[in-house]
Design a protein around this ligand. Sequence first.
Ligand code: SF4
Length: 62
Amino acid sequence: MKTKVDPDECIACGVCTDSCPSVYTMEDDYAVAIEGEVSGEDEECVRQAMSDCPVEAISIDE
Ligand code: SF4
């Protein structure tokens, strides 16, 4: 799986960087996801982060 954050939608709330810090990190005013493949238990927190993101800025490519 791969995941992305849309920087135009992200409001830098910190939900994804708190719940899934191995995948999402905060830049100045938006979160960014790691470029490579997400696997193992990180997949679960990516799904959770996508579900919890208040502005639906997170996408997943299976
Ligand atoms: S949960 Fe959504 S809005 Fe919040 S920092 Fe992550 S991508 Fe941005």
